[in-house]
Design a protein. Structure first.
Length: 84
């Protein structure tokens, strides 16, 4: 199996793990996408990766931790209506 097919074969397990990390389905899908983008950008390293599963899950875990540590802006939803 070539490397890109091996990468894609882990997507269902990455989805399960991401849903365990975050409670929101959309955020979990974003985490999987970010993980795959990071792995694809580092595709030159695939030859030296002994365990693709461990490598992908490490990327996902680190992305999740970075997201939790990153300060979030508090936002307020504004109504489109102007007060009279």
């Amino acid at each position: 199996m070539n490397d890109d097919h091996q990468l894609l074969s882990w997507v269902p397990r990455l989805r399960r793990y991401s849903r365990a990390l975050v409670n929101n389905r959309d955020d979990a899908d974003d985490l999987v996408q970010d993980t795959l983008e990071r792995a694809w950008a580092k595709s030159g390293l695939w030859g030296s990766v002994a365990d693709m599963r461990a490598w992908l899950f490490s990327i996902m875990h680190n992305l999740h931790v970075d997201g939790v540590r990153r300060p979030r802006l508090h936002t307020v939803t504004m109504d489109d209506e102007t007060p009279e």
